[in-house]
Design a protein. Structure first.
Length: 282
């Protein structure tokens, strides 16, 4: 969970690129058993929640809704609410709070403006990777500078636009193998951002164990090892074709920590990035 400090939030919301949409908090709660939040007067910001796995509930006034995988919840600012999950089959959620003048426009596009009951939009639960909601959290995880906050806001805009599109589409029937294959292609094209195994499995509508088994059958690697190898392959191209520093290679390959990058690189390639660069090739 990441929360923008109050002084930084005040400054950010005056910035011309953030006054219309500013992410103030974001997080990822895996298997959040006995999670409970009650705000009788609501929050000063809008709260968006996407359930990836398990079950939970949300309540506004006397109206409650059960939340299942694929449900996108929109809680308006300054409206009293409560939400949570129990100890049995607890939900896994990704969420973000946001403020700004354009949120009313998003409510209209999503069709959730002015609802007295909890606003819940069911999304196809085999396509939960597509809104890329975790990019919002990932942007804040890198820092609280203006450029990071702008990146978080841009990520949230993309998420909301995808939610608006997916909420109107009917889920298509696919086999587990097809859904895992689709997930693998998504990883190939979007390897730079963080991916969580439980989120990938939920999007494929299979258990984590079954997802990992099908994934290994198709690729020969576990999902995490496969993702690491995609990143290291990109790092090798940069080391072979550019003169940028190893730290820059690390960042462009999806690793914020160059020491962790070096350990991963050595494990996959059998040499450090510097030693690999010096090795004659071709």
């Amino acid at each position: 969970m990441l929360v923008l400090p109050a002084p930084l939030e005040a400054d950010a919301r005056r910035h011309p690129l953030l006054r219309h949409l500013c992410v103030t908090d974001a997080g990822y709660f895996p298997n959040a058993g006995n999670h409970f939040v009650s705000r009788p007067r609501g929050a000063p910001t809008v709260l968006a929640i996407l359930c990836l796995h398990g079950r939970g509930w949300v309540r506004i006034g006397k109206t409650s809704r059960t939340i299942r995988p694929g449900d996108f919840v929109w809680l308006r600012a300054n409206v009293g609410h409560a939400y949570g999950s129990g100890a049995k089959d607890p939900w896994t959620i990704v969420w973000a709070h946001a403020a700004g003048t354009e949120l009313a426009g998003w409510e209209d596009l999503l069709g959730v403006g002015g609802l007295a009951a909890p606003a819940v939009l069911p999304l196809p639960d085999d396509r939960l990777e597509e809104p890329s909601f975790d990019r919002v959290y990932a942007a804040l995880e890198r820092g609280f500078s203006i450029r990071h906050l702008v990146a978080a806001s841009a990520a949230l805009r993309f998420t909301l636009s995808m939610v608006a599109q997916l909420s109107t589409e009917r889920p298509k029937s696919r086999s587990a193998e097809e859904r895992v294959a689709r997930s693998i292609e998504a990883l190939r094209s979007d390897w730079q951002r963080p991916h969580r195994l439980e989120e990938l499995a939920t999007a494929a509508k299979v258990s984590v164990a079954h997802y990992s088994s099908l994934f290994r059958q198709r690729t020969g690697f576990s999902p995490i090892d496969f993702l690491i190898r995609l990143r290291i392959r990109h790092a090798c191209r940069l080391l072979d074709t550019t003169s940028i520093t190893v730290k820059e290679v690390s960042e462009r390959s999806g690793y914020a920590d160059p020491y962790y990058f070096t350990r991963c690189f050595r494990r996959v390639m059998g040499a450090s990035p510097r030693a690999y660069r010096k090795t004659p090739k071709g």
